[in-house]
Design a protein. Structure first.
Length: 322
């Protein structure tokens, strides 16, 4: 009789690290480890890091291999989730048209599934996390960038070629700043971490004030970061509050577009900035009346993601779920 497949191995590949973990089919991460990622080395060196992380999980939990459904991999895009080929990711330049899924299957003799971080995290939240009980889940990670994923009936929506759900690159101001993607006024360029820091710097430069932001930055305007703004806000700084309120208002414009286009059952927010911005969810909800055609927007909750920094491992493992 075949062994019951009760685990998946999730691999989260970033520009500086490869994290890997053993996850059961209740979504519990049972063990995890990480190794450095030589993103600017050779393709073989990059794959060796992935192999080392997977080997470390098997070494720590050898009994899991017999009950493993497969290996899921959360990787930087662009990539092709159908073929498992990494195309040309700017954060991992060692891989160009690299058949990652096929290589993992060849080395480990297990099925392998590859997808980008937004899609994978969305799936984990939909089947195990904050989106449980909802049919249509829209996931957004707020951090250095803004990534998104769409899950419908427990399945990732990929679009025609696998490139759908780039919600961070929805433009809300065509006169806005140029985004890293080349477009103007993307929500990522206006509301992600670097945009928050930039907006604070601009306000301080235009009207110098005794803001706690500058005190925390040691008096150096160039040293103002998103973390500086967040800490000043926690200390009651009014300028920091204004910057974050404006960020919430920009997110409201964007969320209104998402609601009118997709009408998800729930918004799930993850990423490093999500806990900070969750305090502004009521403000975003209040602003939506001006930015939604859909007058039932208030029925769509905004909630914090379950997995936080472990979203990559959980999301990758979720790709192996039956």
């Amino acid at each position: 009789m075949d062994a019951v497949q009760t685990f998946a191995l999730g691999v989260d590949i970033g520009g500086t690290k490869v994290a890997a973990g053993l996850v059961d089919f209740n979504g519990t991460i049972l063990f995890q480890t990480r190794v450095p990622m030589p993103a600017r080395g050779s393709a073989a060196e990059g794959f060796a890091a992935v192999q080392a992380a997977i080997d470390a999980v098997f070494a720590a939990r050898p009994e899991s291999r017999a009950n493993l459904a497969g290996i899921g991999i959360c990787a930087p895009g662009p990539l092709d989730p159908k073929t498992g080929v990494i195309l040309n990711p700017p954060n991992v330049p060692c891989w160009r048209n690299f058949p990652l899924a096929a290589e993992v299957q060849r080395v480990f003799g297990l099925s392998a599934h590859v997808d980008n971080d937004g899609n994978a995290a969305a799936l984990a939240e939909a089947i195990w996390g904050a989106g449980v009980g909802h049919k249509n889940v829209f996931y957004a990670t707020l951090g250095t960038g803004i990534g998104t994923g769409i899950v419908v009936d427990g399945r990732i929506y990929h679009g025609r070629t696998g490139s759908a759900a780039e919600g961070g690159h929805v433009t809300i101001d065509y006169h806005g700043p140029v985004c890293g993607c080349g477009k103007r006024g993307c929500i990522e360029a206006l509301a992600a971490g670097p945009a928050i820091a930039r907006r604070a710097q601009e306000r301080i430069a235009a009207a110098p004030s005794p803001s706690k932001i500058m005190a925390l930055a040691g008096g150096n305007l160039d040293a103002v970061t998103t973390e500086t703004v967040a800490e000043a806000f926690r200390q009651g700084d009014s300028l920091a509050a204004e910057v974050l309120q404006e960020t919430a208002d920009l997110l409201a414009v964007w969320a209104g577009n998402i609601i009118d286009l997709l009408e998800p059952d729930v918004f799930v927010f993850g990423g490093g900035l999500a806990p900070l911005m969750s305090g502004f969810f009521p403000r975003i909800g209040e602003q939506l009346v001006s930015w939604c055609v859909n007058q039932r927007f208030a029925e769509i909750p905004m909630v914090l993601a379950k997995y936080g920094p472990d979203a990559g491992i959980a999301g990758a493992a979720a790709l192996c779920c039956p």
